[in-house]
Structures are given as structure tokens and as C-alpha cells.
Design a binder for this molecule. Structure first.
Ligand code: THU
Length: 130
């Protein structure tokens, strides 16, 4: 499948997940339009609220390196069920690319590909403020 290599990178990124509270490891791999890939894992915190999801870690790594043109993001976890990005991560993805592919997968990398705009219909994008 087109995104097999990206899914493998997400699986590898999952190994670094810092999850002492949930024990739920998540990995993400973000493909930029120029071919660069930024990976992320979830990083939890004793105060819970500061926890950052794998997807946002990957997005923030990309943006902080000057890259905001996104093609696709692959997400995986240790679950038998497909893991989809949480609502906060959908909003963060929508900020940059409503038409990017989101490849949500389970631990065996079985997956479903959806656009951000399918995962977050009628998104608040900020255009309303113009
Ligand atoms: N988590 C992610 O990293 N990405 C998701 O798409 C779903 C949730 C993390 C946050 C927290 O560390 C753990 O999974 C349980 O919610």
C-alpha cells in the first residue's frame, strides 16, 4: 500500500512513547510535501493535562523546523482496534491541511485512510475571523 513505509515509521516511533500513566503507546509519522518525514510519540505527564499526543509531537516538530506543507500522517498504537487522532489533534491537523491523508491503524498496521476534513467536518479554521 502507498503508505506502508510511513506506517512502519509510525510503528518505530511508538517505541519511544513515554506512557507511565496510560501505558498506551502511540506513534505517528508525518509526511511533508517535500518528502521529509517527522515522527512523534505520545509524551505523558504526572499532571495529565500537559500530555501531548504522538500526532501533535510530529506536527510541532515539522512546524518548528520550518515545514508546514503536509501530505499525510500515519498513526498507530498497540491496540487491536484502529486508533484515530483525538479531537485536539484533528483540530491541529486542520490548521495546516484539511485535505491531507490520515492513515489510522491498529497494532498490525491494518488501516483506514481518511482526509482531515472527513475526520473533522465543518472545522473551525480561522477563516471565519477574516
Ligand atoms: N493519544 C495519542 O497520542 N494519540 C491519539 O490519537 C490518541 C491518544 C495518547 C494520549 C495519551 O498519552 C494516551 O494516548 C491515552 O489517551
Amino acid at each position: 500500500m502507498k503508505y506502508d513505509a510511513l506506517l512502519e515509521k509510525a510503528k518505530k516511533a511508538k517505541e519511544n512513547a513515554y506512557v507511565p500513566y496510560s501505558n498506551f503507546r502511540v506513534g505517528a509519522a508525518l509526511l511533508c510535501k517535500n518528502g521529509d518525514v517527522y515522527t512523534g510519540c505520545n509524551v505523558e505527564n504526572a499532571a495529565y493535562g500537559p500530555t501531548c499526543c504522538a500526532e501533535r509531537v510530529a506536527v510541532f516538530k515539522a512546524v518548528s523546523n520550518g515545514n508546514k506543507e503536509f501530505e499525510a500522517i500515519a498513526v498507530t498504537s498497540d491496540s487491536d482496534d484502529v486508533t484515530y487522532p483525538c479531537g485536539v489533534c484533528r483540530q491541529v491537523l486542520a490548521e495546516f491541511a484539511l485535505d491531507m491523508d490520515v492513515i489510522s491503524s491498529n497494532k498490525d498496521l491494518e488501516n483506514e485512510v481518511l482526509k482531515v476534513e472527513e475526520l473533522l467536518p465543518r472545522a473551525f479554521t480561522g477563516k471565519e475571523m477574516e
